[in-house]
Design a protein around this ligand. Structure first.
Ligand code: ATP
Length: 451
């Protein structure tokens, strides 16, 4: 449903639309903002909820080999010793001796400060985990970390889930939650921030079947983005070279999206082997293995991890849906969101504020609200109101006019084609359901199903 492929939108336009229409604001804006932290406004929160719901539905609800989990952000510090984060979760950092800006050494082009040209310090490793203190005394013994990934909460609960759900291999555990990284290089809007939300699956399999499951998840996850309406041409799989692989990974691919700044990671899919469970067995001294009834053996399962981000998915959806087209002397800006992702599904627009018309329109509005996120707009001309809804990606508008008072019919107007049909009010819910599901206005399907 989006325009094909190579059209690249300007990031400034996305940032400005998000700010203007209430998708995303800088955090603590009245105090000048907080670097790389963002607040999701009334439309942004709906967009995020839709992403998370679509992911949960695909990852958990529609599968019989997956369960969900919601673990705490603060975890025992030993978790991060076992996972390798205390030792290895760091980037090389250099500081400018003149302006004191800090840079990632592995991302620098030359050997002087990109901002002022000053001399740089030797590089040193900088751990990306946020540290805080638990309890009233700020001493080393009570140091805890804000989790830099949700995955560890899943690994340490492997036995709990096994014992309470009686799941057998292969099966997965899925979790949505906030993670925190004290990133050195941030920027590109919500692409890399210091606080973000992850969508993580840890899929436990018998060693020897890991390659097959790895390939399965690559395809499954790629298709998920396509089902949300992201153009296939703007997605690609990129294999990590051997020297790029994380310490735990046997094989890793990124699902990249063609963002305004170029191809960049949307999701990482890794074959983690038995690294995580083996580490936690060794550090905790607890038995986290699995008794295989088929082979009568105790085994440590291998793990396939598809790890995605809510914020990067939101950014990809915004970039992919953004479109501009000539409209008489003006430009029509629209977000061609798939209906499953659109923050508002239907807008009810009375042609005038006259009392009898408003009463009917409000009745229609009240009837639809239990079914979908619906908005009501009676300010300014109908043309302007259509444009406002186009700009936030509302797939359908329902217009109530004076004739509606007589014939009990309303007009449905479709965002992408701007086509209109007139239908009886008593058929409205059914008709909107069908159209949000992709039913044609004329000969073309409105949307493909999925997502
Ligand atoms: P990058 O190198 O681009 O920072 P990464 O390889 O460190 O990403 P992973 O550790 O694989 O990222 O995390 C899995 C997913 O979590 C990423 O694909 C991304 O969607 C999301 N993610 C990771 N770091 C951030 C961040 N700082 N801001 C927003 N999303 C993030």
């Amino acid at each position: 449903m989006t325009e094909p492929a190579t059209r690249r939108v300007d990031m400034e336009k996305i940032v400005s639309l998000c700010r203007r229409r209430g998708f995303i604001f800088p955090s603590s804006e009245i105090y000048g903002g907080l670097s790389s932290c963002w607040d999701y406004g009334p439309l942004g929160v709906e967009l995020k909820r839709n992403i998370k719901d679509a992911w949960w539905r695909a990852a958990v609800q529609e599968r019989d080999d997956m369960v969900g989990l919601d673990t705490s952000i603060l975890m025992h510090p030993q978790v991060w010793a076992a996972s390798g984060h205390l030792e290895g979760f760091s980037d090389p950092l250099v500081e400018c001796k003149s302006c004191h800006l800090r840079w990632r050494a592995d991302e620098l082009q030359g050997d002087s400060c990109p901002s002022c040209g000053g001399e740089l310090t030797e590089s040193r490793l900088f751990n990306l985990m946020f540290k805080t203190f638990m309890g009233p005394i700020e001493e080393e013994a009570s140091v805890v970390y804000l989790r830099p990934e949700t995955a560890q909460g899943i690994f340490v609960n492997f036995q709990n889930v096994l014992n309470t759900t009686r799941k057998r291999l292969p099966f997965g555990i899925a979790q949505i939650g906030k993670s925190f990284r004290n990133e050195i290089t941030t920027g590109n809007f919500i692409f890399r921030s210091r606080e973000f939300e992850q969508l993580e699956i840890e899929f436990f399999v018998r060693p020897g079947t890991d390659k097959e499951w790895f390939d399965y998840w690559l395809e499954e996850r790629l298709n998920w983005y396509v089902g949300l309406g992201i153009s296939r041409e703007n997605l690609r799989l990129r294999q990590h070279a051997k020297d790029e692989l994380a310490h735990y990974a046997r094989e890793c691919y990124d699902i990249d999206y063609l963002f305004p700044m170029g191809w960049a990671e949307l999701e990482g899919i890794a074959n983690r082997g038995d690294f995580d469970l083996a580490q936690h067995i060794s550090f905790s001294g607890k038995n986290l293995d699995y008794y295989d009834e088929e082979t009568k053996e105790h085994i440590v399962p291998y793990i396939i991890e598809p790890s995605a981000g809510v914020d990067r998915t939101a950014l990809a959806l915004l970039c992919d849906a953004y479109d501009e087209e000539p409209d008489k002397d003006e430009i029509r800006v629209l977000l061609r969101f798939h209906p499953s992702i659109a923050p508002i599904k239907v807008a009810v627009l009375p042609l005038s504020r006259k009392e009898n018309l408003a009463a009917l329109a409000k009745q229609v509005y009240a009837d639809l609200r239990p079914c979908w996120m619906v908005s009501y707009d009676d300010a300014q001309s109908i043309g302007r109101r259509y444009r406002r809804q186009d700009e936030i990606g509302t797939p359908l508008c329902v217009t109530v006019d004076f004739q509606s008072l007589e014939d009990e019919q309303v007009t449905i107007r479709e965002r992408d084609s701007m086509k209109q049909i007139r239908i009886p009010i008593k058929e409205l819910k059914g008709s909107l359901t069908a159209k949000l599901g992709g039913e044609r206005f004329d000969t073309q399907p409105l949307w493909t199903t999925g997502g």
